[in-house]
Design a protein around this ligand. Structure first.
Ligand SMILES: Cc1cc2nc3c(=O)[nH]c(=O)nc-3n(C[C@H](O)[C@H](O)[C@H](O)COP(=O)(O)O)c2cc1C
Length: 415
């Protein structure tokens, strides 16, 4: 009976353990988590979502305070178009986050960064260029372009000296998205080095509509696999979304996948950035406690626990401090929803906004509990303690469980 450790991912000249831990913003996939994956020979993702905010928390920098001070005069203004990121500061924050992670790296694996393009940050192209360039400057091994895939992203950094040395990957949820990207990047003579195919059971934002349940990861992976064969394109395919056991992973690897990307199992590890209290919410969740909704201002469906404090909260938009979702005209769907409710209930102190959420503030505070579909199975991966809580796991144990388990068995932590 095969196990994941019987397979290897070949990426350029490197041979790796075929497990990638997925990017989870905001700092849910911490440097510590990614470093475990890399130390054990796989690939670990950090995330560049809200990186100045993350840097402040981790390295005691003052990027957010500085921006907030600069735009304080605008807090009560509904028009947020003046709010812009200082690109020099953004570069500093990214380099700090990436550089410190790379300095700490041990072992034969790699560290990649997940760059969520839907974080338009008031100036989509400029801020994305800075994020990509500074991650490369900071020594990152690879960049995964995710949610909101901009077809021209690679062209933004084609002049960077590391353009052909850093691994570039994309996350797609359909063959159509992939072919569009390939057509656009053909001019650069630079194909992606790997393709992550994310199915409908993943955590975070979904690349599907609210009809996500009609799609199936295996079917999409097969379709893309056939297409790549036809086109004679030898690009590693990496399925993601709902791969919960080592045996689930082996099924994909036997069918021709080069590796798998996994995340949910790691949300309840000590290295994961979620607060312990939130990890316990993930453990406790039952299937009926999880929903896919449309409250993210990005417009993409997002999966989360129904008891997330972010749902229905009516806080004032915090764009002067954060503003990661502002588009190029200074708009965000939450600002519109918030102002609409404010106009409807001018005398109420606390309003509730049901259709959208202030994603920046709530992700910053770990109050939007985004999760994968199989979060309700996490309780089967640990032991219940006498006080009713669950034992927090070690990332190394979870990684090794993926690597060595067979017959869908999950090794529980020692009693
Ligand atoms: C808590 C959480 C946060 C996530 N955040 C992001 C993100 O910021 N960007 C992204 O591209 N994918 C994100 N994902 C998706 C994962 O990287 C991964 O592809 C997917 O969840 C894998 O499926 P699994 O969780 O069933 O193993 C997130 C997943 C989880 C569970």
């Amino acid at each position: 009976m095969k196990k994941v450790d019987d397979f290897r991912l070949r990426l350029g000249k490197k041979e790796l353990v075929p497990i990638m831990t997925g990017g989870m913003g905001v700092d849910i996939s911490t440097a510590e988590l990614s470093l475990v994956a890399a130390r054990l020979g796989g690939i670990g993702h950090i995330s560049d979502a809200m990186v100045p905010t993350v840097s402040d928390r981790r390295f005691k920098t003052g990027f957010v305070k500085e921006k907030q001070k600069k735009y304080k005069y605008n807090v009560a203004n509904r028009d947020k178009s003046v709010v812009q990121f200082d690109l020099v500061r953004l570069a500093e924050a990214t380099k700090l986050h990436v550089g410190r992670t790379m300095e700490a790296k041990q072992g034969d694996g790699l560290i990649f960064i997940n760059t969520m393009e839907k974080l338009t940050m008031g100036s989509p192209r400029d801020t994305l260029r800075v994020r990509l360039t500074s991650a490369m400057d900071g020594g990152i091994d690879g960049i995964t372009l995710s949610a909101g895939l901009h077809l021209g992203s690679l062209a933004l950094v084609e002049d960077h000296p590391r353009f052909r040395d850093v691994k570039f990957g994309i996350i797609v949820s359909s063959l159509r998205a992939l072919t569009l990207f390939l057509r656009k990047s053909a001019r650069l003579n630079r194909l992606p080095d790997y393709i992550i195919v994310e199915g409908p059971l993943a955590g975070g934002h979904l690349g599907f509509g609210m009809d996500w349940a009609q799609y199936d990861l295996k079917t999409i992976v097969n379709e893309i696999h056939q297409f790549l064969k036809q086109e004679n394109l030898n690009i590693p395919l990496i399925p993601a979304g709902g791969i919960f056991t080592g045996s689930d992973a082996v099924e994909f690897l036997e069918a021709g996948a080069a590796a798998v990307q996994v995340a949910t199992r790691f949300t309840v590890t000590k290295e994961c950035g979620l607060p312990t209290k939130v990890k316990q919410e993930y453990f406790k969740a039952n299937e009926k406690d999880i929903e896919v909704n449309l409250i993210s201002p990005t417009g993409y469906p997002m999966r989360m626990l129904k008891n997330s404090p972010a749902i229905g909260a009516g806080i004032r938009p915090n764009c002067e401090a954060y503003g990661y979702l502002l588009d190029s005209t200074g708009n965000c769907a939450y600002i519109e929803a918030y102002n609409r409710e404010l106009d409807k209930h001018p005398d109420e102190e606390n309003i509730s906004v049901m259709d959208k959420t202030c994603l920046c503030t709530h992700m910053r505070n770990f109050d939007c509990w985004t999760c994968g579909h199989y979060t309700y199975r996490l309780k089967d991966t640990s032991r219940k303690l006498p006080d009713g809580s669950y034992r927090i796991l070690n990332a190394e144990d979870v990684f090794k469980d993926y690597l060595y388990s067979t017959e869908h068995r999950i090794a529980l932590p020692a009693a």
